[in-house]
Design a protein around this ligand. Sequence first.
Ligand SMILES: [Mg+2]
Length: 194
Amino acid sequence: MTIKKRPTVFIDRDGTINKDAGYINSLKNFEMYPFAPQAIKLLKDNGYLVVIITNQAGIARGIFTEDFLSQVHNKMRVILQKNGTDIDGIFYCPHYKGSKIPAYNIDCDCRKPKTKMIDDAIKLLPVDTSNMFMIGDKYTDIQMGINAKCKTIMVKTGYGEGEIANDYSKWKLKPGLITDNLLTAVLSILSGKI
Ligand SMILES: [Mg+2]
């Protein structure tokens, strides 16, 4: 039996789904944007896979553990489930070159803007690789997305507005679209604006 491949939206976490509060080192600090559950539900209800792709170097820096990170992700999923939706996967990079924790002191292939997290998702999930999107608030999200052959949307939440104002002219790669936030990004995908 072949599994039907599905269009897929990869979404950055901090600054895109939840407020970027530096390293999220307590559950209290994880505050989802009010529009995020609706945005994810709209994608899911329209047949998209939704996959979170996130650098979490706070693990390599000893600020929190992988166990704690899974508690944060559990909190996120409970909120999504209460809103009648969920995500299909979360891929995170715990590494940082220079970490004092040897297991994480790796010049890895997954830290954005490298593409291994998307490559892994493609191996594990029924991703239609001809129909992929990446939504994020940083240039590194856009670089990774373009390198992984996704259409890209930069949101103005999190670091987005500042990065666009200060750095846009210097970027070699440009986002396919810039939108106010995750919900407007999703509406742009669903209406075929990108
Ligand atoms: Mg971000």
